[in-house]
Design a protein around this ligand. Structure first.
Ligand SMILES: NC(=O)c1ccc[n+]([C@@H]2O[C@H](COP(=O)([O-])OP(=O)(O)OC[C@H]3O[C@@H](n4cnc5c(N)ncnc54)[C@H](OP(=O)(O)O)[C@@H]3O)[C@@H](O)[C@H]2O)c1
Length: 301
């Protein structure tokens, strides 16, 4: 069973693995019943935290998730929901938009949160993340808006995603409530956040980074040259420990002392069912660095 972990004193515990809903409306079967089956498969395993964004599936994923929950509303008590806002897509749903852009104004954040709550059919988000650093952000207005949303109970906590250390510090300096996470691209195929200070900053603030695309969005299984270099070692470890290579790649993130929480995105029920295998994998320090070295293509200096 995947355990729940203390995430931050301001929010209910999150599960140690989070299910990401980005791809939920992909593929031929986008019925509410199929979405419900995926949600229940996650909950059965102990994956109780679900990651959304207003824009996922061209603004359809939250609504699909909400439709699934309407089939079994009692599930809402068993889960935590994270969503994001701040990106404005070119979309048939917003025909007046001329360019994809960011909007972290209070008006847009409030509009987006209200829509997310309505689509998901919940009273409150367990965390709202600002999806991307916005070069046009007025940190004082954005920060005050996030604080107010926490006070009003529309969100339990605020966080960020893809923020540099400087952007994180700027927004935090304009807020009273603590930012509870920075959701970062982190995997064997995306090591930069380990080196640019983002993961270190989470340790400094005693908050957990969330890792998006922990399997490189599927690139780990394809022809990506780094993946090709890594796979024999991953396969050897996987075979020794009786799991698949995805479990090893996820375990590699979870082994890190920053307490990384991977956000997984498979749409396949059998793969969801095996996600708990990541917790069985034991990686000693040299094995962790052996994989780092293969991923980086060179030994550490
Ligand atoms: N904050 C951000 O900016 C940001 C950006 C991107 C994503 N995210 C979040 O992160 C979540 C996860 O992202 P992700 O979906 O890219 O994560 P991922 O788990 O790295 O990748 C999932 C993809 O890998 C494929 N896959 C998984 N296991 C496989 C295997 N054994 N063999 C072949 N293919 C395999 C899946 O295909 P199948 O479905 O066929 O298994 C799916 O297409 C998203 O849902 C979203 O919540 C956040």
């Amino acid at each position: 069973m995947i355990p729940s972990i203390a995430f931050h004193k301001n929010v209910s515990p999150f599960s140690a693995l989070v299910y990401g809903a980005w791809r939920m409306a992909d593929g031929a079967d986008t019925s509410a019943q199929t979405a419900l089956t995926k949600i229940e498969r996650c909950l059965d395993l102990g994956i109780t935290t679900f990651d959304h964004a207003d824009i996922y599936g061209d603004y359809r994923c939250e609504a699909l998730f909400g439709e699934a929950l309407k089939l079994k509303p009692s599930l809402k008590q068993q889960m935590q929901i994270v969503s994001k806002c701040g990106i404005k897509l070119i979309s048939s749903q917003y025909p007046d938009r001329r360019v994809k852009h960011y909007d972290t104004s209070p008006a847009h954040i409030r509009y987006s949160v209200d829509n997310s709550l309505k689509r998901l059919g919940v009273e409150r988000l367990d965390a709202l993340l600002i999806h991307r650093p916005d070069p046009f952000m007025n940190a004082h207005e954005t920060g005050a808006c996030l604080d107010a949303l926490v006070k009003e109970g529309k969100i339990a906590a605020a966080g960020v995603s893809n923020f540099s250390v400087t952007d994180f510090d700027l927004l935090q300096s304009a807020m009273q409530t603590p930012l509870v996470t920075n959701q970062l691209e982190l995997s064997l195929l995306a090591q930069h956040a380990f080196l640019d200070g983002s993961v270190s900053q989470c340790q400094q603030h005693h908050i957990r980074p969330m890792a998006w695309s922990p399997l490189g969005g599927g690139r780990l299984f394809g022809n990506d040259p780094v993946a090709v270099r890594l796979r024999p070692a991953l396969q050897r470890i996987a075979q020794e420990q009786g799991v698949d290579i995805d479990a090893v790649a996820i375990a590699w993130l979870m082994a890190h002392p920053a307490g990384i929480v991977p956000v997984v995105g498979t749409n396949q029920l059998d793969r969801i069912g095996r996600l708990g295998d990541a917790l069985k994998v034991k990686l000693d320090l040299e094995t962790w660095y052996a994989l780092w070295t293969l991923a980086a293509g060179k030994e550490v200096p």
